[in-house]
Ligand binder design. Structure first.
Ligand SMILES: [Zn+2]
Length: 193
């Protein structure tokens, strides 16, 4: 209970990630044995559920990191850094812009990297197109079905060639430029030229 009290005071009794005030609980930022309020953040039920289920991240919810990442609390900075990395892996390109701005001191960065490095290693598998042909950075591909581009009215048309793709941390996603816009494309919807 001492930790909950310390976090409630530190946060002003609100979620330290999204500022919600309902159903707050202590989240121990891994790796932590749960005995230290400096290694924990106060989170709401939505954030707690989202942290636990990284396959179904709600990009709109996590826009809250836009504010949270500027927290002076290292544990909050670490959570912002890790969640932004997860979001990038989930194809949320805006998260990369925030990550580029997020500066952590050496000690905090080392802590943040502990888990991110593990995720990157697990996801370090190769990336394949629809036919199972391995894709590399710089490859040219074409899109095999019309794709709606998230967050815009752009439709990447079937048959569009995308030149000079980049790989991402997620083997299911590649990045490329369509109609002058840099977008994330699901690798199984392309074919290598
Ligand atoms: Zn929250």
């Amino acid at each position: 209970m001492a930790i909950l009290k310390a976090l409630t005071e530190r946060s002003g009794n609100q979620c330290e990630l999204c500022a919600a005030t309902d159903t707050l609980s202590v989240y121990d930022v891994p790796p932590s044995d749960g005995a230290d309020s400096d290694k924990a953040v106060l989170v709401c039920a939505t954030c707690a559920a989202q942290i636990a289920d990284t396959d179904n991240m709600d990009g709109n919810h996590w826009r809250c990191l836009n504010d949270a990442m500027w927290s002076q609390v290292p544990a909050v900075q670490v959570m912002a850094f890790r969640q932004l990395n997860m979001l990038v892996n989930n194809g949320q390109t805006w998260a990369q812009d925030l990550l580029d701005m997020l500066y952590l001191d050496e000690e905090t960065q080392a802590w943040a990297d502990l888990v991110v490095a593990k995720v990157a290693a697990e996801q370090g598998e190769a990336c394949y197109d629809e036919l199972g042909v391995k894709l590399s950075a710089g490859d040219n591909v074409y899109i095999i079905k019309d794709l709606d581009v998230k967050g815009s009215s752009l439709v990447a048309k079937r048959g569009t060639t995308v030149r000079g793709i980049s790989l991402t941390n997620n083997p299911e996603h590649i990045e490329g430029r369509v109609d002058g816009q840099r977008i994330v494309i699901i690798s199984k919807y392309v074919r290598k030229v």
